[in-house]
Design a protein around this ligand. Structure first.
Ligand code: THU
Length: 128
C-alpha cells in the first residue's frame, strides 16, 4: 500500500470521536516529502468538532510548512469517504489542486483532484 495511505490509517487510530464513533485519519504529504498526520477531534458541543483533514493542514501551517503534494484520508468505513465541504475549502486555499486519496481499512483507494471536488471554487481570485 502507498505509505501515505498507511500513514492516514495510522493517524485514524488517534481519533477522538466519542460522539459519532466515526474515526477519521489524514496524512498530508509536504513538498519536502515529510508527512503530517491529523485525526478528527470531537467536542460535546458537536459544532466545535475538527475534521482530520483540517487538523493536518493547520498542524503543517503552524509549523511553517506552506507547500503540499497530496493528502490521504482514511476512515473505518468500507465506503471511500471524500472530504467534507469545509475541508475542501481549506484544502483548496492552502494546498491548491492536489490529489486527494481516500483509503478504507481493506486498503482499497479512490483518487480525486481538488478541482474535481471543488469546481468553481471561491478563492482570492474571486475577490479581484
Ligand atoms: N469528519 C472528518 O474528520 N473529515 C471529513 O471530511 C468528514 C467528517 C469527521 C467529523 C466528525 O468527527 C465525524 O467525522 C463524523 O462526521
Amino acid at each position: 500500500m502507498d505509505s501515505l495511505c498507511t500513514a492516514a490509517l495510522e493517524a485514524r487510530r488517534h481519533s477522538v470521536s466519542p460522539y459519532s464513533h466515526f474515526a477519521v485519519g489524514a496524512a498530508l504529504e509536504c513538498a519536502d516529502g515529510s508527512v503530517i498526520g491529523g485525526c478528527n477531534i470531537e467536542n460535546a458541543t458537536y459544532g466545535l468538532t475538527l475534521c482530520a483533514e483540517r487538523v493536518a493542514v493547520f498542524k503543517a501551517l503552524s509549523e511553517g510548512i506552506r507547500e503540499f503534494r497530496r493528502i490521504a484520508i482514511a476512515t473505518d468505513a468500507l465506503t471511500l469517504t471524500p472530504p467534507c465541504g469545509a475541508c475542501r475549502q481549506i484544502l483548496w486555499e492552502f494546498c491548491g489542486d492536489i490529489p486527494v486519496i481516500a483509503v478504507n481499512p481493506r486498503g482499497e483507494t479512490i483518487q480525486w483532484t481538488m478541482s474535481q471536488l471543488l469546481p468553481a471554487a471561491f478563492d482570492q481570485r474571486s475577490m479581484k
